[in-house]
Design a protein around this ligand. Structure first.
Ligand SMILES: NC(=O)c1ccc[n+]([C@@H]2O[C@H](COP(=O)([O-])OP(=O)(O)OC[C@H]3O[C@@H](n4cnc5c(N)ncnc54)[C@H](O)[C@@H]3O)[C@@H](O)[C@H]2O)c1
Length: 313
């Protein structure tokens, strides 16, 4: 069986995880990694016994490389992503796919024009718990859904980042709600602020989906204990998911059931799907279009937070 030649650009905190997973994947051959920080590139390359590069252009000349993942800081995603597409490689870019909607549209258009796969790193789509919730909703196990409530909070070190908690963190919940409800966000209201970081570090966001369901998101980088949960409230049952443990409960007036879900690493499932999409010519999902929509909602939330107004999306 032919293995897909793959590479990783940006091997910092998150990119190293991608290197670890791709190195172990039986369907892929991790040909090289690239980080502009020489010491970091050398360190990760040596640890995983993979050839390392510091220059993206040179790295992209490796002819057998068909699929590249990007885990550089957000402000570089557009430029690095474009370079990869121009070199004719399929691309998975970490979330947020780009710093703004305009760049996201351009990147998506460039991938379509070149006939290359463009996937975005909305890792929670591959969380086995989320997949189970989707199945429950598809068979109307919760009845008519009224509200989806997402909480994603943790204490995050104060470091110079390039986006705030909305585009970095709440974006996961925005994408998951769009995916689970299979609907578009029409109206957004957000309260945002910054207590410790240079960008907003807390946000409470209310979404109105076009069919009337509410989404409520509580995201911050301040709460001492890491919590990542989702509650779907419907007319017949409430579904509770812990994204971290992947435990799920379904409650109605009489019973509380706890379906057994086998824990699996979402990053492994995500990257294996990307590799499979490249080798078997499958649709890249979550796609560039999903990335654009999520960034759009983030930008509407940021606008609402600033103007204190309810904003059409
Ligand atoms: N999906 C997830 O759950 C998840 C989790 C964490 C981080 N992320 C995303 O991953 C990305 C990276 O985050 P991080 O925390 O690993 O950052 P980081 O700062 O730890 O790592 C970024 C690395 O990219 C390198 N780099 C910077 N510019 C470069 C360039 N032009 N070419 C090559 N290398 C370059 C840096 O030297 C650094 O080693 C961000 O977009 C972040 O949102 C996603």
């Amino acid at each position: 069986m032919k293995r897909v030649g793959a590479g990783v650009v940006g091997t910092g905190f998150w990119g190293e995880n991608q290197v670890r997973v791709l190195r172990q994947s039986p369907k892929c051959n991790l040909i090289g990694i690239c980080d502009s920080n020489r010491e970091r590139a050398r360190q990760v390359g040596s640890k995983y016994s993979v050839p390392w590069y510091t220059n993206v252009r040179e790295f992209l000349r490796i002819p057998e490389m068909e699929a590249v993942t990007v885990a550089t800081p957000t402000h570089t995603h557009f430029q690095v992503g474009m370079q990869i597409l121009e070199a004719g490689k399929n691309l998975l870019v970490e979330k947020p796919m780009t710093g703004n909607q305009e760049q996201a549209r351009k990147l998506d258009a460039a991938a379509s024009k070149k006939g290359l796969k463009l996937m975005v790193g909305f890792i929670e789509r591959f969380n086995p718990g989320v997949r189970f919730v989707k199945e429950l909703l598809d068979r109307k196990a919760a009845g008519e859904v009224i509200i989806a409530t997402g909480r994603r909070v943790a204490r995050w070190p104060v470091r110079i980042g390039d986006v705030g908690v909305i585009k970095d963190t709440a974006i996961h919940d925005i994408d998951i709600m769009r995916f689970l409800l299979q609907d578009k966000v029409s109206v957004v209201y957000a309260q945002t602020g910054s207590l410790k970081h240079s960008f907003e570090d807390y946000a409470e966001i209310m979404l109105r989906f076009s069919r009337g369901v509410t989404g409520f998101l509580d995201a911050n980088w301040l709460t001492p204990r890491k919590v990542r949960t989702l509650i779907i409230t419907g007319s017949e049952a409430t579904i509770n998911l812990d994204y971290i443990t992947q435990e799920l409960t379904v409650e109605n007036s009489k019973t509380m059931t706890k379906p057994h879900i086998r824990w699996d690493e979402p990053l492994r499932l995500e990257l294996e799907y990307f590799i499979k999409a490249v080798s078997n010519d499958l649709d890249p999902i979550p796609s560039g279009k999903d990335a654009i929509e999520a960034i759009r909602v983030c930008e509407t939330a940021l606008k609402s937070g600033k103007t204190k107004a309810v904003c059409q999306n």
